[in-house]
Design a protein around this ligand. Structure first.
Ligand SMILES: [Zn+2]
Length: 454
């Protein structure tokens, strides 16, 4: 059936609503649609001017940045290239927790700022603030990158998401109306992903026929597996899928693409700075949202690396409420010097290997990616779901949900042996058979968790 509301939304409701509210996201979107194709030199100039602006602003208006720059004998005038930012020290979550008050700009009252927090699955949440103009401005980059799926303003979008504070918990009647008629966005709850719920997802999606789905990688994979097994002839016809918030492995991507018969574009972002990088349909890596954030990849000593994996640092060009400069998110990313054939000059991030909390640590201090353990469970029909938790260097808890209760547990021998092979023979693997594995407080379904600091 023709979606008669789509043009009305696209050309009337959406632009008028934001125009009336003095929100510049559409004008901003037009700029971003052009700047993504700028010659590389021009793009770098734009980045440098924005970097210089936020560094100078932070120096002039926050006690924290003035102090650390003076301590390092630095002045904003010394930022003459993008690389000069390496002269500033790295900002960690712990530093934010300890210096929140002095990081907030003297130009703002705290009550004028949006307060938010991140984290949860590992460690203490980090509280941070952002100015409202930045918040609205950054909506435009989401629209630009969502368009890469084939979606556009006016078309419907479905979310398989679990961060309840983003969705249900904070949604009142007005927000529901806005989500439905303004942003045309519907959410499916990733907290509840039983077979029965997923059958309901299919009915809803067949009725809605959204243009795109945005979801957690693991929730999308779980649903894709369900579809392939139980509803392979479903009638969901979407243009593209965006996978976010969790590591998208090539196996997961292949499963989701097969189940939905469309491309899955990987996206990387964080609550603190928003959208950081995202794949285009050419899938050559993730284009960095370079007009809005500066991304650095550094080694353990904070020096930029030319190849391989390193810690991701971001600088938000627009958060004048509480500048975040060289902020270490706790994620590991891969450097890329490729050029994408889509024509966009936005630089590429090779990939996001995962959260530092995704890495297990062996007795020698070596890091083993959680995916190693995930692979041990492939082709094990006895296991419906699992979760492996590294509690300490000596102790691993393995939670298993069996497909049907097994009297013979010998299928676990290989897993225990291969775990010990990586982590050390002294490691105790404690197995628990459970009915269900619960998502974290933000709805993420984690297969591997390491509580050991890396
Ligand atoms: Zn591209």
């Amino acid at each position: 059936m023709f979606d008669w509301f789509r043009p009305i939304n696209r050309y009337l409701v959406f632009p008028l609503y934001y125009w009336k509210n003095g929100d510049k996201r559409l004008a901003r979107l037009n700029e971003l649609e052009q700047s993504q194709y700028l010659p590389q030199g021009k793009l770098e100039q734009l980045q440098l001017s924005r970097l210089q602006k936020i560094v100078r602003y932070a120096y002039d208006n926050t006690i924290y940045y003035r102090r650390i720059m003076e301590k390092n004998k630095l002045h904003p005038d010394q930022i003459k290239t993008l690389k000069d930012i390496e002269k500033l020290p790295i900002l960690t979550k712990q530093l934010i927790q300890e210096n929140t008050d002095t990081m907030i700009s003297s130009k703002y009252n705290r009550s004028e700022l949006i307060k938010d927090s991140s984290g949860g699955s590992t460690g203490e949440p980090t509280v941070y603030y952002k100015n409202i103009e930045r918040h609205n401005l950054r909506r435009a980059d989401q629209i630009r990158h969502d368009r890469w799926t084939g979606w556009d303003i006016g078309k419907r979008k479905a979310l398989i998401w679990g961060a309840q504070r983003d969705l249900k918990a904070v949604q009142n009647f007005r927000e529901n109306l806005l989500a439905t008629y303004l942003d045309r966005q519907w959410e499916l709850d990733a907290f509840e992903m039983s077979d029965k719920e997923m059958e309901g997802f299919t009915r809803q999606l067949e009725k809605l026929q959204p243009s795109m789905i945005l979801g957690y990688a693991n929730a999308l994979e779980l649903y894709a597996k369900y579809l392939l097994e139980h509803q392979p002839n479903h009638g969901i016809k979407i243009e593209g899928i965006v996978s976010s918030a969790e590591t998208l492995t090539e196996e997961k991507r292949a499963t989701i693409e097969k189940a939905f018969n469309c491309k899955v574009l990987n996206r990387y972002g964080s609550r603190e700075v928003g959208l950081i990088a995202s794949e285009c349909p050419s899938q050559n890596g993730l284009h960095i949202n370079a007009e809005n954030v500066l991304v650095e990849i550094v080694d353990n000593n904070g020096n930029a690396i030319d190849e391989g994996n390193g810690d991701i640092l971001v600088t938000d060009y627009w958060n004048f409420g509480m500048p975040l400069i060289r902020y270490k998110l706790g994620d590991v990313g891969t450097v890329s010097d490729k050029k994408c054939d889509c024509g966009r000059t936005l630089p590429l991030l090779g990939g996001v290997a995962g959260r530092t909390g995704d890495f297990f640590v062996n007795q020698e201090g070596g890091k083993i990616h959680g995916e190693y353990f995930t692979h041990l469970f492939y082709d094990l029909p006895q296991v419906k779901q699992f979760q492996m938790i590294q509690e300490t260097i000596e102790l691993v808890t393995l939670k298993i949900v069996e497909t049907t209760q097994q009297s013979d547990k010998s299928y676990l021998d290989n897993i225990v042996a291969k775990t010990k092979a990586m982590l050390g023979n002294e490691v105790d693997v404690h197995t628990e058979f459970v009915e269900q594995i619960h998502p974290t407080s933000t709805g993420k379904l984690l297969f591997t968790i390491s509580k050991v600091n890396t």
